[in-house]
Design a protein around this ligand. Structure first.
Ligand code: HEC
Length: 616
């Protein structure tokens, strides 16, 4: 999986979702209960924070004409979706297979019944989230691919060999209906010697047009292994479907049948994740530390990663970061009901940095899908750019990506333990091209800010460019400037010298306070020269809903007041605490309130008794 282990830092884990304890009612202590009740309600409220979703369409921002739907639900950490090679016509036929990190393969039929194809593929308990010492666990079953000719399924997974994780490839055969595996055979089990650490193990597999099995293997956190032909790690391997090395591999040596070099197709990798084919060209997503790359995997190519971050740039088609957005699942859309200009496009899911996994909602990099254009000769025609982004309120992301008959399928990947995930699909629904974007609400302002790359010139907070002014507290600055006598005089002068702008400028001066800022922002973004003929900023063309939400996003960039700054800092502190400490704090607080309640109840009781005595 993405980047774990060292890259992860200690974070809070989360309360498990929907468990609500009924509050006991105690009639004789009514006063006491009523004193403490609000506290318990507040505590219960924290525990019962539902993960309940807004609709998938509202949670994802997509281009006009596309919408996001739930296809099937109830999965545990889906990592790969692989479509059946020749989906049968009946509603009971399998449409796609899904690998869960926790060791299950499921078959989802055309009528979306979910069957267990293979289970208990791990001999250890895998889960996702911080492990005991704060390291992120997230290894298990990862890859799943189908031989479209023979129909067999291949899965890549790790297994626990006396405390050491080892990689293997399993081949499944199924009976005719394809709903359950009839047999499973380990076709390659990787050696024990070189395994260390948990991260960067075996990732995806793919059966190529040459009917060879291509397998991406991470370097097991040992950078020096990537360039060594004596190791299978940090490589793309190429095998026959029975697990033997393909004899036309670039480093094949017939004298030593079992040698690691025989399997190697390309080398010098850190943590390659997924692969796609465009004609006979193979592309892969590869994870670095602070930068990630997209590569065209060619025979015998050494991609040169040697442990230094900048070497991830070597022989790359495209580099993301810093910060690293963690590219994972990939897909090429053949048809999927997409418009003609999207056919043949490639897509890659960006999981997002583990530093932000604890955050709910949209994050700066990741939780999105990028689109890029490569041709059948392997040239990059258009580099990756945003296609869809998560804009909902949960801590969730996307890992699995696959092109289906009626849309681009993605596996939602919750970043909290024990939350069920859905398979979503992005469908094209062109007839509603404009209303769709409106109906699902405008894209989030931060998404628009990213989509138009405002951050290349402007800084918000700590990150961004320096060609334009810092927008961290843009609104307060603008409000002062637009209200100033100097600005008003300048606008009046401009109105006289440029009468064609007079009406617009007068309109602006009619507004006061925030409303003036709003109107100014709208005018400025689409035409920066409207009140400043010398403006350097380029004009932007965008849809009305995009402009509205961008302006609202900018309107929130105010100097935080004392109260909101304090609350924000407190919330940030709280999310950084580990779960035991959070639970302790909640119960400690509850306990204190309880004691306080008891003392006040006793005090009130005494007071009444005394009053009564005084009265008699
Ligand atoms: C190529 C660089 C560049 C890009 C891209 C850019 N801007 Fe600007 N922006 C500037 C510059 C330079 C200024 C200062 C005024 C001027 O010279 O136009 C400015 C001014 C501004 C201001 C006024 C700030 C102030 O305090 O006066 C706002 C607001 C703003 N830009 C928003 C945006 C938004 C929103 C986007 C994205 C849609 C964006 N900018 C994209 C360069 C850029």
């Amino acid at each position: 999986m993405g980047r774990q282990g060292r890259a992860a830092r200690k974070r809070s884990s989360f309360l498990p979702g929907q468990r609500c304890r009924p509050v006991a009612r105690c009639v004789s202590l009514r006063g006491l209960v009523s004193a403490v009740l609000p506290v318990w309600i507040a505590i219960a409220g924290c525990f019962c924070r539902t993960e309940a979703a807004a609709s998938a369409t509202e949670e994802w921002s997509t281009p006009p004409g596309f919408r996001v739907e739930v296809d099937a639900t109830g999965f545990s950490y889906p990592v790969t979706i692989a479509f059946a090679p020749r989906p049968g016509g009946t509603p009971q036929a399998p449409l796609y297979y899904l690998a869960e990190l926790t060791g299950r393969i499921l078959a989802v039929t055309r009528e979306r019944a979910v069957h267990v194809y293979a289970d208990k593929l791990l001999n250890f308990g895998s889960s996702f989230g911080p492990g005991g010492d704060g390291e992120v666990e997230g290894i298990g079953l990862v890859g799943l691919c189908v031989d479209s000719v023979g129909g067999d399924l291949f899965a890549t997974t790790v297994f626990d060999d006396g405390g050491i994780y080892r990689n293997k490839i399993i081949r499944f055969r199924s009976t005719d209906d394809g709903l359950a595996a009839a047999s499973a055979q380990d076709i390659l089990v990787m050696s024990r010697e070189e395994m260390r650490g948990n991260a960067h193990q075996i990732q995806h597999c793919s059966v190529g047009p040459d009917r060879r099995l291509y397998v991406a293997v991470g370097n097991g956190d040992q950078p020096r292994l990537g360039s060594r032909l004596t190791s299978l790690q940090g490589k793309i391997l190429r095998l026959n479907l029975d697990g033997s090395p393909a004899s036309d591999n670039p480093f094949f040596d017939p004298r030593d049948r079992g040698a690691a070099r025989n399997y190697v197709f390309s080398l010098g990798l850190r943590n390659p994740f997924a692969m796609i084919w465009r004609g006979s060209q193979l592309f892969a997503s590869e994870n670095g530390v602070n930068v990630d790359r997209l590569i065209k995997v060619t025979r015998g190519m050494d991609f040169g990663y040697d442990g230094l971050d900048h070497t991830i740039r070597m022989n790359a088609l495209f580099v993301w970061g810093p910060p690293s957005p963690v590219p994972v699942g990939m897909a090429v859309v053949d048809d999927s009901g997409f418009p003609a200009d999207k056919r043949g496009q490639a897509f890659v899911a960006l999981m997002g940095s583990s530093n932000e996994w604890h955050l709910p909602g949209p994050v700066k990099t990741g939780r999105e899908i990028h689109e890029f254009t490569v041709d059948a000769d392997g040239r990059m025609l258009r580099p990756p750019r945003p296609f869809a982004k998560y804009v909902g309120r949960r801590a969730t992301t996307v890992v699995a990506l696959a092109s289906g008959p009626d849309g681009l399928y993605l596996g939602e990947f919750p970043l909290r333990r024990g939350v069920a995930a859905s398979v979503l699909k992005i469908r094209y629904d062109g007839s509603e091209a404009r209303t769709n974007e409106l109906r699902r609400g405008a894209p989030g302002g931060s998404t628009v800010y990213e989509r138009y790359d405002c951050g290349s010139c402007h800084t918000i907070g700590v990150s961004g460019g320096r060609k334009g002014p810092d927008l961290t507290d843009a609104v307060d600055n603008l409000k002062e400037r637009l209200q100033s006598a100097e600005y008003v005089r300048m606008v009046e002068d401009l109105s006289r010298s440029r009468p064609e702008r007079a009406a617009r400028l007068a309109n602006l001066l009619e507004k006061r306070g925030d409303d003036r800022v709003r109107l100014w922002l709208k005018a400025h973004i689409v035409d920066p020269k409207f009140d400043n003929p010398k403006a350097q900023m380029p004009a932007f063309e965008m849809s009305e809903p995009e402009l509205d939400s961008l302006v609202e996003f900018l309107m929130k960039r105010k100097r935080p007041g004392f109260v909101s700054a304090t609350v924000k800092a407190a919330v940030a502190r709280w999310t950084m605490l580990s779960r035991p400490i959070q639970v302790l704090a909640v119960f400690g607080f509850g306990g204190m309130m309880f004691i306080f309640g008891v003392i006040s109840a006793v005090a009130v009781g005494r007071l009444q008794i005394r009053k009564r005595r005084v009265g008699t």
